[in-house]
Design a protein around this ligand. Structure first.
Ligand SMILES: Nc1ncnc2c1ncn2[C@@H]1O[C@H](COP(=O)(O)OP(=O)(O)OP(=O)(O)O)[C@@H](O)[C@H]1O
Ligand SMILES: [Mg+2]
Length: 374
């Protein structure tokens, strides 16, 4: 196990015209379980392949602890990689497939046997060990691939590239919790690629959000939810995602949405201290539906709105409203009786309402006169 450092690492497939991965400096810490989350085409596989050595980056250097591996081929990096679709020795038995990476490294037969049995038991493969892998369905074959990735003990990292795509949805939950169990057991550094936020949030100690070839935020699931540092994170995580509304910071440091004043602007660096302001001008406010409250009447800073629709989700309702031209969604209790056409008043919880410029968080909202803006 090693810390994996990327130093100015970037990759272009077209000679520098576009960057599939923009040059980045980043460390994957040893023994942690990461999810690498982002939409299709954002560079997840490129990044994994750079770590494993399948791709040599166009720029930058890679270190495993203090050993540089930039020019070292895959075989010399001691990485286990599991791909999206099964890659197996089809003529071999499941047992031999699982034992293969260990035999290759000339481990004693007894240790091989112990490891194979442990991993197959954890993954529910113990009753198919003798079967040829070509006789399993694709989902089961993929579980064998997972096992083969996890069976080794001394690897620098285990890289999993959307490994559960071909697995039956019902089995996915079970396998993900098994993976967590195996992670606790072995202490491997795991990087699990997915474009599914639920998969990422339920699996990882730390979620790394990638968009358009750049890491836009990394943090614990709760941090990404409660404190998005980038508009993309606000949209991509959460269901539905964060509301974004165009607003204005006035000359006296207040935040306005249309005519409505919703609080005082606090610059990012000063956020903890709730003093100071931001330069006046246009800004976006971002607030998740969970932190938009409907009160029916103006009681403190907020914005007048009209209800346009209600989605009844069973456990809660999603109330769709309009502030001027701009749609806003609020999450309310299942019993809330809002109807289309209702005139409402929206409060944005001050500690969960953020300001964004050029998509990057630049500040937050504070109460105006020491009162609660929410
Ligand atoms: N071999 C290649 N040659 C040229 N362009 C490529 C190649 N592989 C990937 N790309 C491009 O690089 C960008 C990043 O691709 P990559 O496969 O890393 O994304 P991804 O996040 O893994 O996407 P997905 O979720 O669809 O697997 C995309 O624009 C893709 O079209
Ligand atoms: Mg991919």
């Amino acid at each position: 196990m090693a810390d994996i450092h990327l130093e100015g690492v970037g990759h272009s497939y077209d000679g520098g015209e576009t960057w599939a991965l923009k040059p980045m400096t980043w460390t994957w810490q040893s023994t942690r379980a990461y999810a690498l989350l982002g939409p299709s085409g954002c560079g997840k596989t490129t990044l994994l392949n750079i770590i494993s050595g399948l791709i040599t980056p166009t720029v930058g250097r890679i270190w495993f602890d203090d050993v540089e591996v930039t020019g070292v081929p895959t075989a010399g990096r001691n990485i286990a990689q599991v791909f999206q679709f099964p890659v197996l020795y089809e003529g071999m038995s499941v047992y031999d497939n699982l034992a293969f990476p260990l035999k290759n490294r000339k481990l004693p037969r007894k240790e091989i046997d112990e490891r194979v049995r442990r991993v197959s038991q954890l993954l529910g493969l113990d009753n198919v060990l003798k079967r040829r892998s070509r006789r399993l369905d694709a989902g089961r074959q993929q579980i064998v691939c997972l096992g083969r990735g996890l069976v080794r003990s001394h690897v620098a990292a285990v890289l999993l590239d959307e490994p559960l795509t071909v697995v039956d949805p019902a089995l996915k939950w079970t396998l993900r919790s098994k993976l967590k169990e195996i992670h606790r057991d072995t202490g491997h550094t795991l990087i699990y690629v997915t474009h599914d936020q639920t998969e990422a949030l339920t699996f990882a100690d730390e979620v790394v959000v990638l968009n358009e070839g750049a890491i836009v935020q990394a943090g614990r699931p709760a941090e990404l939810f409660l404190s998005p540092a980038h508009e993309f994170v606000g949209h991509f995580i959460g269901s539905p995602g964060m509301n974004v509304l165009p607003a204005e910071i006035t000359g006296d440091g207040l935040v306005r949405v249309g005519e409505a004043q919703i609080g005082r602007a606090v610059g990012e660096a000063e956020a903890g201290r709730a003093v100071g302001g931001l330069p006046p001008g246009p800004v976006n406010i971002g607030v998740r539906p969970e932190f938009v409250h409907l009160t029916g009447a103006r009681t403190s800073p907020g914005a007048a709105a009209t209800v346009t629709g209600v989605d009844r989700m069973g456990a809660f309702n999603l109330v769709h409203a309009r502030v001027g031209e701009h749609p806003v969604v609020a999450r309310t209790g299942a019993e809330s009786g809002h109807r289309p056409g209702d005139a409402e008043f929206l409060h944005f919880a001050a500690e969960r309402t953020f300001l964004f410029r050029d998509q990057v968080r630049c500040g937050s909202i504070a109460p105006v006169n020491g009162g609660d803006a929410a």
